[in-house]
Write a protein that binds this ligand. Sequence first.
Ligand SMILES: NC(=O)c1ccc[n+]([C@@H]2O[C@H](COP(=O)([O-])OP(=O)(O)OC[C@H]3O[C@@H](n4cnc5c(N)ncnc54)[C@H](OP(=O)(O)O)[C@@H]3O)[C@@H](O)[C@H]2O)c1
Length: 325
Amino acid sequence: MKAITIPTAGGPDALLWADVPDPTPGPGEVVIDIRASAVNRADLLQRQGHYPPPAGAPPYPGLECAGVIGAVGAGVTGWSVGEPVCALLSGGGYAERVAVPVGQLLPVPKGVGLTEAAALPEVACTVWSNVARLARLGTDETLLVHGGGSGIGTFAVQFGAALGATVLATARAAKHDRLRELGATAVIDYSSEDFVESTKAATDGRGADVILDIVGGAYLGRNVAALATGGRLVVIGLQGGRRGELDLGALLAKRASVAATALRSQPAADKAAIVRGVREEVWPLVESGVIRPVVDRRVPMAQAAEAHRVVESNTHFGKVLLTLD
Ligand SMILES: NC(=O)c1ccc[n+]([C@@H]2O[C@H](COP(=O)([O-])OP(=O)(O)OC[C@H]3O[C@@H](n4cnc5c(N)ncnc54)[C@H](OP(=O)(O)O)[C@@H]3O)[C@@H](O)[C@H]2O)c1
């Protein structure tokens, strides 16, 4: 088969479409004939040599895909050859085929095209596991989503609104109208506004009950300042560095909490539990049209370098898909 390989870490042109060995399904796995994958921020880091795949994962980038089951391994029940699926991967989505444990498979939601379905697994699993399962966002609460125009952000805004929460989002101004259409009640241009002040202004001074943060170190103190009493800050990205100063007094006074999680490195059993939760609690929202995949553009997989340039420029809104004929 062909896959995007990274012979030498570097810029987008480090991505090479090359012949590689075909995967075979191990026990409890299926092989998917891939129709589409999607670019995640982590893929850019992997390309640069900063984010090696976890042990046992394919060496090629790609944390999600959609396609058709092409082969099933020993002991697999409930899934069969020819079935359309999408999947959460530990790597290997930028390829014609990938082997994946059945616990990471999801049916293609009704009403969603096979290619578009590749936009969903990584964001649905990340957002549901952090916003619903970990932070327990309530219907009468306020969610602040940093990076609202990202793949993660566009899903988180819709998910928060679907739960009935009030959703605030930070993004540069060019993305504001589209964020309002997705359900954000207030949008904050972090490049010209103090997001702490804007969050307070949008919540009658209370602050946000849950913050989903992709910035990390540079925002730690201000995120705690933007939390309401009893608030929960969940850090999932470190685009602003891994270190910051935490004022425990401020946290203590608010009875607030700070957590940080990563999805890719979790054991298969934990990923399977998240995928089950997504299937039960998120897929019905997608199938009823309350949440939709937000696709910025489709790029042929062999031209993944072009897709990486787009994501690196931050001009995209939602997901950039990598497609195969
Ligand atoms: N921990 C996990 O398990 C996990 C899983 C998936 C993703 N993530 C993380 O989640 C983040 C989003 O991933 P993605 O693939 O969806 O990213 P993406 O589509 O590449 O989008 C990243 C966006 O971040 C925004 N941004 C940059 N600096 C910002 C700031 N200071 N404040 C607000 N927004 C800012 C940019 O939008 P503007 O144009 O508005 O600046 C950019 O479009 C990444 O950091 C990724 O590593 C974590």
